[in-house]
Design a protein around this ligand. Sequence first.
Ligand SMILES: NC(=O)c1ccc[n+]([C@@H]2O[C@H](COP(=O)([O-])OP(=O)(O)OC[C@H]3O[C@@H](n4cnc5c(N)ncnc54)[C@H](OP(=O)(O)O)[C@@H]3O)[C@@H](O)[C@H]2O)c1
Length: 243
Amino acid sequence: MSTSTPSGRVAVITGASSGIGEATARAITADGHRVALLARRADRIGKLASELDGAIAITADVTDRASLTAAAAQIQKQLGGADILVNNAGVMLLGPFGDGQHEDYAPMLDTNLYGAITATEVFLSQLQDGGGDLINISSVAGRTARPGNAVYAATKWGINGWSESLRQELQPDVRVIVIEPGAVATELTDHITHAETKAAAEKMYGDNAISARDIAEVIAFAVSRPHGVSLNEILIRPTGQSL
Ligand SMILES: NC(=O)c1ccc[n+]([C@@H]2O[C@H](COP(=O)([O-])OP(=O)(O)OC[C@H]3O[C@@H](n4cnc5c(N)ncnc54)[C@H](OP(=O)(O)O)[C@@H]3O)[C@@H](O)[C@H]2O)c1
């Protein structure tokens, strides 16, 4: 069974103010859908919304459930509800594991994992109304692990396990699609607090990274498939990336 996927859907994108979220907003709008741009930096999403047909910007923090329920109410009222949720908001605070980095752990868990869980439970009834798509931005770090990314990897392995459970629980009404990027040139490394790790990550990304648009195009392709066809898990690395 392969039912068609209509154009003119409504996509909610968390972390739409830069990088993969911004590029995904552009790609999904180019395919004829409307987007609701969620992030904390109001100036960035406001400017982006002014460039994209039918887009709205809503200041929201995925660690603040009340801001997500307010966003969901506004999207229901202004756009008729969400058909696609892209759980993209994330931080990658890499560094050696230990008490020296303990302040990095709660923001990663709260944003990358619990933020995605909260956004999904808040928007789920909208997604279930008419056949929705849940796109969870995981990482190559959700399939592999290496020294220096332990807690970040924990959040992304968490996303993968949670997504697989949801895939089975929500089928066939909601498609669950996990995207696992490798190194992508964005602002993600800017926030690393451990100086040596930040320098190494910037070198690694500088030598070998693909663009946010490369990821966005895959997301746009996945949501454009007929609803009966589900690309459940997609790993996208630079060709020269080993791990
Ligand atoms: N770049 C890579 O190599 C790579 C690889 C694998 C996976 N990923 C994943 O891709 C996703 C997007 O990252 P990116 O590479 O595009 O980096 P980015 O440019 O730094 O984008 C991160 C986005 O997350 C938002 N964000 C952070 N904390 C938030 C919060 N509490 N509430 C709402 N939004 C929040 C930021 O917006 P505000 O600061 O305006 O709120 C920003 O728009 C992340 O989940 C990341 O783990 C990236």
